[in-house]
Ligand binder design. Structure first.
Ligand SMILES: C[S@@+](CC[C@H](N)C(=O)[O-])C[C@H]1O[C@@H](n2cnc3c(N)ncnc32)[C@H](O)[C@@H]1O
Length: 241
C-alpha cells in the first residue's frame, strides 16, 4: 500500500487552501501523510479522520452539530480509502456534502476500485469509448504507448473476455478489489448519467510538473492533462494520441 506522492499532496494542500473549509473529513489515513497535508493547509481547522474501524453509517447530522457546523458547503471531504467512488459519491450526497476530493482516479481498465475516471469512460466523452478489436488502431497505439510508459493500459488489460472495456474489464471493483461486480455497459452508462446529474464541477488535478522533474510516474501522460511545468516529454504522448 502506498501513500500520496508529490503531485497529489500539492493538489490536496492547494484545494484545502482554496476552499478554506470549516471542517475537513478524511476517509483513509494510513500513516497520516494526507492528514499532515490537510493540517499544513489549514492549521486551525478540525479534521475528522476515518479508518476501517469506524462504522460506515456515521450520523453526520449530530457530528456536525457538535462541531457547530450548519453550512455543509464549508465541509471538505477527502477520500483515499479505495472504495467504489460511485458508492462514496452516493454516501456523500446522502449526507449533503458538496466538496469532495477523490485521491485515486484510475483510468479505464486499471485500478482496484470503480473511479470517476472509469465513470467518465463513455462514448459521448472525448477519449471515452473504446475498441477491443485486436487489430484496431486503438490496440496498436496502446501497444506503442506501453513501450514508453509502464502503467499505460494495453488492449489485453483493457478488455474482458467478452470485449467489456468499461470499468476494469467490465467489473465495478470495490474495497481494494476485495469485492467486485460485473456490470453491463447499460449500467455503466446510467452511472455516468447519474454522476452528470449531480455534479456542478468535475476537475482533474493536472500533474504539477513533468515526470523527469518530480519522479512521479503513476499517471499516464496520454490520459492526464498537461503538467503545469512541462519537461519536454509530454509531446511524445500527444503525438501518440
Ligand atoms: C492508500 S491508504 C491511504 C493513504 C493516506 N491517505 C496517505 O496519504 O498516506 C488507504 C487507507 O484506507 C483505509 N481504508 C480501507 N477501507 C476503509 C474504509 N472502509 N473506510 C475508511 N478507510 C478505509 C486503509 O486502512 C488505509 O489506511
Amino acid at each position: 500500500m502506498y501513500g500520496m506522492g508529490f503531485d497529489h499532496s500539492f493538489g490536496l494542500w492547494f484545494m484545502a487552501r482554496w476552499l478554506k473549509p470549516d471542517l475537513m473529513i478524511e476517509s483513509g489515513a494510513f500513516k497520516g501523510h494526507s492528514t499532515w497535508v490537510l493540517r499544513q493547509a489549514m492549521p486551525e481547522t478540525w479534521i475528522i479522520s476515518l479508518s476501517p474501524r469506524h462504522p460506515e453509517n456515521v450520523d453526520w447530522g449530530s457530528v456536525l452539530m457538535k462541531r457547530g457546523i450548519s453550512d455543509l458547503s464549508q465541509v471538505l471531504v477527502f477520500f483515499d480509502d479505495h472504495q467504489n467512488e460511485l458508492k462514496r459519491l452516493k454516501h456523500a450526497l446522502n449526507a449533503g456534502f458538496q466538496h469532495l476530493i477523490f485521491e485515486d482516479n484510475y483510468d479505464t481498465g486499471s485500478g482496484d476500485h470503480y473511479s470517476l475516471g472509469h465513470i467518465c469512460g463513455q462514448y459521448y466523452i472525448r477519449g471515452g469509448g473504446h475498441s477491443c478489436f485486436i487489430e484496431s488502431d486503438e490496440a496498436r497505439i496502446r501497444m506503442k504507448r506501453k513501450r514508453f510508459w509502464e502503467i499505460a493500459v494495453d488492449r489485453d488489460e483493457l478488455c474482458g473476455n467478452g470485449e467489456e472495456w468499461w470499468g476494469a474489464q467490465g467489473y465495478m471493483r470495490d474495497a481494494f478489489n476485495h469485492s467486485n461486480k460485473a456490470i453491463s455497459y447499460e449500467e455503466h452508462f446510467q452511472n455516468s448519467r447519474f454522476v452528470d446529474s449531480v455534479l456542478d464541477v468535475y476537475w482533474e488535478l493536472p500533474p504539477v510538473a513533468g515526470p523527469s522533474l518530480t519522479h512521479q510516474t503513476r499517471c499516464s501522460p496520454a490520459r492526464a492533462s498537461d503538467p503545469i511545468i512541462e519537461d519536454g516529454r509530454f509531446g511524445l504522448f500527444q503525438r501518440l494520441g
